[in-house]
Design a protein around this ligand. Structure first.
Ligand SMILES: [Zn+2]
Ligand SMILES: [Zn+2]
Length: 136
């Protein structure tokens, strides 16, 4: 039975959140900003703001990563958790921070033009890629 509510948080527990389905399936972003902040490509789900709830945020900090977006991270353990475009009605959330089972699947890779040169992506994974989205 699919749980209607998913919970998650950072490594140290200073940030905890709950999200309520429906949530978007996972997109993997290969842009240089995501790679720098996460250490590799970054897998996220997304949910409408009204279905996103911070239940613990004592270590949450926001970093303005571009003119149109900011990133939420834990200043204690260093986890990259959130990406929010200014005025957007949805929050992007790192898939790896969600307590499993998530029952989500990876449906898309984006910003492949900006991917690092140190890894390869199996063609099978790209079947659902579609076009790169101008999302950052
Ligand atoms: Zn933390
Ligand atoms: Zn990105």
């Amino acid at each position: 039975m699919t749980e209607k509510t998913l919970a998650g948080g950072c490594l140290c527990g200073g940030i905890r959140f709950r999200i309520h389905r429906p949530v978007r399936d996972v997109w993997v972003c290969h842009c240089s900003q995501c790679r720098r902040t996460s250490g590799h490509y970054w897998a996220t789900t997304a949910v409408a703001l009204e279905r996103f709830e911070l239940t613990e945020s004592k270590t949450l900090r926001w970093f303005r990563s571009s003119e149109k977006a900011r990133r939420g991270f834990c200043h204690s353990c260093g986890a990259s958790l959130f990406w929010h475009r200014d005025k957007s009605e949805q929050m992007n959330i790192s898939a790896g921070s969600i307590d499993g089972p998530t029952e989500l699947f990876t449906e898309r890779h984006i910003y492949l033009d900006d991917a690092g040169d140190y890894y390869q992506i199996h063609p099978q994974e790209l079947l659902e890629t579609g076009k790169a989205m101008d999302d950052n």
